[in-house]
Design a protein around this ligand. Sequence first.
Ligand code: SF4
Ligand code: SF4
Length: 176
Amino acid sequence: MITQGELWEVILVAVKLDPRFKDEISNVPGGQNLKRCFQCGTCNVGCPVREIEEKYNPRKIIRMVVLGMKERVLSSNFIWLCSACYTCQERCPQDVRIPEVMNALKNLAVKEGHIHNSFAKRMDVLWIHGTLYPLSHFDNAKRGELGLPEILSESKEVQELFKLTGFNPSEGERGT
Ligand code: SF4
Ligand code: SF4
């Protein structure tokens, strides 16, 4: 039998549900098949992230989106763990594009002010170096051996693009 505490928890979750959330995500390119999910769990099997972190559960995230648990999903650390390897998308019998749904969730999370620290750090690197993986002399020497042109670490253009998007990495980490 359900306890009073459990009943209150169910009521509190129910009042926070946003029935429009699934439509919001379905309308984003890549999210259109979201509502086809029949919870088979195939996406969980073979997910390399789930293999090392069993709490990560793409099937559950999709379910939470369909149920309208917007705040819980957008503030969750788990949406940031997807490595976009596309294994689940290749296997989903309902053609739910899970990595693209995760991207839509991350974009919406940023708009709502939920920026995961790992993402903010990557943006700092991009702001400072102009690339996510700063290139060393060694990298350019290897490129030269292969007849490829040198790539210069140039962040000015990237910083201009940042300004256009309105997203600025944290002031203290810019190094400029
Ligand atoms: S594999 Fe597809 S249909 Fe099955 S649970 Fe995952 S998203 Fe849903
Ligand atoms: S795309 Fe994301 S959710 Fe899907 S298998 Fe890869 S890491 Fe897991």
